[in-house]
Write a protein that binds this ligand. Sequence first.
Ligand code: SIN
Length: 308
Amino acid sequence: MAKIAVDLPGLRLKNPLLPASGTFGFGDGPIATQVPFAELSGIVLKTCTLDSRRGNPQPQIYQLPDGCLNSVGLTNPEVAAVIDQHLKPLRRKYPALPLIASVGGSSLAEYQAVARQLSDSGCVDALELNISCPNVAAGGLHFGTDPEAVYQLTRAVKAVIDVPLYVKLTPNVTDIRVIAKAAASAGCDGLTLINTLQGLAIDVMRQRPRLGNNVGGLSGPAIKPIALRLVHEVYTVTTLPIIGLGGIETAEDVVAFMLAGASAVGVGSAHFHDPLILPHLAQALPQLLDQMGVADIKNLVGQLRFND
Ligand code: SIN
């Protein structure tokens, strides 16, 4: 059987499959409760901020045939509650399960404070810096689309934490390579991409947007070709490990992301159709690799060959 374990900074993963941030809430969402965590390679939590946030007006989610538009707005009970009520119990119950917490904020000082608390909790193996949420007025795309802001923020957060830092990039930029290089030069340990693409769905009878917050972020199979292109572009300009995501549904999709340059992948929207998609993919991957004649999934990373 082909080997599917991968090692990334701070993360020894038994397979390259992680839930995308938000999918499992804080380990307690409607999808998470159906999933046997012990079978997973790790968990990425929903983004949290220094103070609690109620999120955006309903409806926050609009399902499309090939994707999902969301404008949740970083709903969370504040970082201290996330640590006490969610991270500590998760760590107690699953001492060896890699846990990645996601850091949000509206200012450099807030990002630093949240990251420091999460790192100091001793409960996380790595942090993901969310500078790419399209659904908040400040602290999402404002940071993630400006290379200088990405550099300063990444550096400032790195300085106050003791665990590896993955910076989550937005596709809503002209050239993602510039942003990736800024994060890399500031000393992050890995990159996660892509967050959602900004979109608008319209209810023509009401002549209004479908989402309460008007615009939202598109995820799911509709964005997969864009995500693959961007993962590959980033792979060409950095040696940092990439966690690739965007519409992954099948073992073939996982392999495609790894060929494009990802060392691990995140799965989000596919959970709406199959809450057990991660164990199902973990089962299917070795069979696909055997068919391809690949002994170890690590050998696939970045092996995409462009036509002449
Ligand atoms: C949200 O809470 O609005 C989604 C999170 C994100 O896109 O980063």
